[in-house]
Design a protein around this ligand. Structure first.
Ligand code: PMP
Length: 757
């Protein structure tokens, strides 16, 4: 090295220190005549051309008075580089200052950062370099989708899917507008180890190795990701930087609107490449230095409503916010076309615009934690499920009168989740269609007419569905029990007066068995949910099903488990609800979580029952079992397995239930905490033990004000229902508990106050 410096640069008595580098070996060189950086690259014509292009850019940038840039120092022969042996050597001035990564990023520095990037980009406006234009790098956000090749290197499948989600958003939001985004030569890597500061202002920018000809806005997207890392309020920092940039180089609305997803794209590029590099070079700290902060910021970024980000960026650049209809206006429109028989949640209805995993984004810019939606089993807009739907829909959609792979593959996979005797499936489009069909099949098979149902049960909205739903026929607007229905009490433990699950189980099963006996063999089917959702998340008392199922079968009926709410791993301990009670039903109905929001339902039963249904009348459903629905259903099963969501439901559900139990010790208004996995109920009571509907409603509405969704149910509507998408995690559970506690504290204090006065 000494000889290179001496021979080519006339520098003597040098001392060296190795510096970190990406695609070159770098040394800090100290001599009597100054400090330099010497870079050593393996010789290649292409490298030489790129270094020349970098120097041309640096020369241009040196017009910017207050910023320093590394431009090659010529050799004694006035050449830009020294070429010796198989290497290219390049000497650069050592730019003094503290790295952005090492200093506090206050408002002044944020603004200086934004303005500096803008000065660079403004200076490079119109700069043309064929070499730079020809560069293709995975770090160029225009090529972001190519990073998907590294997805599988991310060890945790949930993390992979977070990244997949943003790949999907890129396709939706960026690809369609790419042709209108301004293009320019940009530095393309304003990370905090490439930015130098002095006295709280940016004074230098180094490492132009990632330069490319890309969308101008990417400069800012990239810089922003680094300045936001580790900060509590990333969006506030982003808006400051954007505003400062805009003052020097005005941004376009379309660029600002793209920024949210471009920032996410840069973070995803970073975590994909870190994961890939870690696999290749497990010992390299330098390359993966920002991996953890990038993950942290990516998770934080997901919690920021994209509408909020878009509007904040627009506002600081003097553009109008996105136009939105007020909720009041939308309600007016809704009332014109939608019957008031359809209810709205909350006294203050929410206008939703987007969602992601356990979060929902409203049109006002709020991010709402969803602790309620069990339809979105594997998370809102789970990218694997969305993709399955998109690709299949673009390829083939038809019906079961034809042979296609999706139906076969999905049926096999779904049935593999059941014991061997449950080996036939009928696909329909909803839980209601499934329960309706179940009734037809059961009556046809048994040649009997009566159906036994649990009080407070709900099974569907068809006429059959209403007939078998005590929750409907026995409530407001209901016409009462149909003649062929036998209703039996919900075998609850809490509130039953029995001390143990066992004694409650004996009491209720004896009662039901007596009713069955009295029917003298007329019961076609007994239908129950393993945990009665509409009844207030009530698990069936111990041994109840074990006693009742044989009695139903003895008199020639079949036993149906309605798994519409609880199925598909939500309970944590078991994949299906009936498994909790060590019974196997003759028929199972499925819906809600089955398609993660896509309308699909099914009846699963034995060969014998299915065979008897083939009585000459064709069973046909136009949509049931279509390729798109099957592909989606299969993706849901795959995700549950790959993302280990059943185990996750067990872990998070146990944690949440324990936290709720602890809360119950402190607040006598919580009468009971029950359920399993991420299917929980919290029963609110008054001091005399009677149901406290008002309190449950207050809590539900207050949680909504605090941007958390839960619902209420049960005969007195006094049970908080918690059944979130399975991506809901311990930290989300903590948020829910903390908010619940705040509300309970507040409400109870007000109650005491009322009592005192
Ligand atoms: N069974 C149960 C237990 C349900 O909760 C529901 C819906 N809430 C249904 C059946 C009917 O399903 P769908 O709304 O898909 O028709």
């Amino acid at each position: 090295m000494d000889s290179i410096l001496g021979h080519y640069y006339g520098l003597e008595n040098c001392s060296f220190k190795t510096l970190e580098g990406y695609d070159s070996i770098n040394f800090k060189v100290t001599t009597n005549s100054g400090t330099f950086v010497l870079k050593k690259y393996p010789y290649a014509k292409k490298t030489l051309a790129i270094l020349q292009a970098e120097d041309a850019v640096a020369s241009k940038l040196l017009q910017i008075q207050h910023l320093h840039f590394p431009k090659s120092i010529p050799t004694v022969e006035n050449l830009s580089f020294a070429i010796a042996g198989d290497f290219i050597y390049r000497l650069l001035p050592f730019i003094e200052g503290e790295f952005l990564a090492e200093v506090a990023k206050d408002d002044k520095l944020q603004r200086s950062f934004g303005a500096s990037l803008a000065h660079i980009d403004k200076t490079l406006e119109g700069h043309f370099s064929a070499v730079i234009s020809a560069k293709e790098t995975l770090w160029d956000l225009k090529h972001f989708p190519n990073n998907s090749q590294y997805l599988e290197a991310i060890p945790d499948p949930k993390d992979q899917n977070l990244v997949r989600y943003f790949f999907l958003q890129f396709q939706e939001h960026i690809i369609p507008i790419q042709h209108v985004l301004r293009k320019s030569v940009i530095h393309n890597d304003a990370n905090d180890w490439n930015i130098l500061t002095t006295n709280g202002e940016v004074t230098g920018v180094i490492d132009f190795g990632d330069m490319c000809h890309s969308w101008l806005i990417n400069e800012l997207a990239i810089g922003l990701t680094y300045i936001m890392m580790g900060e509590e309020h990333p969006l506030a920092i982003a808006t400051t930087v954007v505003s400062a940039y805009n003052q020097v180089l005005p941004l376009q609305k379309v660029e600002l609107d793209a920024l949210y997803y471009l920032i996410a794209a840069r973070l995803c590029t970073s975590v994909c490449n870190s994961a890939h590099t870690k696999k290749q070079k497990p010992d390299s700290d330098y390359i993966t230095i920002s991996e953890q902060p990038a993950w942290d910021l990516l998770r934080k970024w997901l919690r920021i409503n994209p509408i909020l980000a878009k509007d904040e960026f627009r506002i600081v650049c003097n553009f109008k916010e996105t136009e939105k209809h007020t909720v009041a206006h939308q309600l007016q429109r809704r009332n014109k076309t939608i019957s008031s028989a359809l209810s709205l949640s909350y006294s203050k209805p929410i206008q939703m615009s987007r969602s992601a995993f356990q979060f929902m984004y409203d049109t006002d810019g709020n991010t709402i934690l969803d602790a309620y939606n069990n339809i979105m089993q594997v998370g809102h807009c789970h990218p694997r499920v969305v993709k399955a739907g998109q690709t299949t829909m673009a390829r083939l959609n038809t019906n079961t009168r034809y042979v296609y792979e999706e139906l076969l593959s999905y049926s096999e996979k779904l049935l593999s989740k059941f014991p061997s005797q449950l080996n036939k499936v009928f696909f329909v489009n909803s839980g209601s269609a499934a329960s309706d069909l179940a009734m037809r099949i059961a009556k046809n098979h048994t040649r009997k007419k009566k159906v036994m149902v649990l009080e407070h049960g709900y099974h569907g909205n068809t006429q059959n569905g209403i007939d078998i739903s005590h929750y409907k026929y026995n409530h407001k607007g209901g016409k009462g029990k149909a003649e062929y229905i036998l209703q039996t009490p919900m075998p609850k433990v809490y509130g039953s007066g029995f001390d143990t699950e066992l004694t409650a189980g004996i009491y209720y099963s004896d009662l039901t068995k007596k009713q069955i006996t009295e029917e003298h063999g007329n019961i076609a089917a007994f239908i129950a949910e393993p945990i009665v959702g509409c009844g207030g998340q009530v698990p069936l008392a111990k041994n109840y099903l074990k006693e009742v199922y044989p009695k139903i079968r003895e008199q020639g009926g079949i036993c149906i488990s309605d798994e519409v709410q609880v199925g598909f791993g939500r309970l944590g301990s078991h994949f299906w609800g009936y498994e909790m009670y060590e019974v196997v039903p003759d028929m199972v109905i499925l819906g809600k979580p089955m398609g993660n929001g896509h309308p699909i339902g099914a009846v699963v039963t034995t060969s014998e029952i299915a065979h008897s249904f083939d009585n000459g009348m064709e069973f046909f459903s136009s949509f049931g079992g279509n390729p798109v629905s099957c592909a989606i259903g299969e993706a849901v099963l795959d995700v549950i397995e790959e993302d280990q969501l059943q185990a996750h439901a067990l872990e998070v559900g146990t944690y949440l239930k324990n936290q709720l139990m602890t809360l119950k010790e402190d607040y006598s208004a919580i009468g009971d905490v029950r359920g399993s996995g991420l299917f929980l109920g919290v029963e609110m009571i008054r001091t005399d033990g009677s149901p406290d509907t008002d309190l449950a409603q207050t809590i539900k509405n207050n949680l909504r004000e605090n941007l958390i969704l839960v619902s209420t149910d049960g005969p007195y509507d006094n049970v908080l229902k918690i059944k979130p998408p399975l991506y809901f995690n311990k930290s989300n559970s903590r948020e829910l508990i903390d908010q619940l506690e705040i509300i309970l504290n507040k409400t109870i204090k007000i109650d005491n106050f009322k009592q005192i006065n």
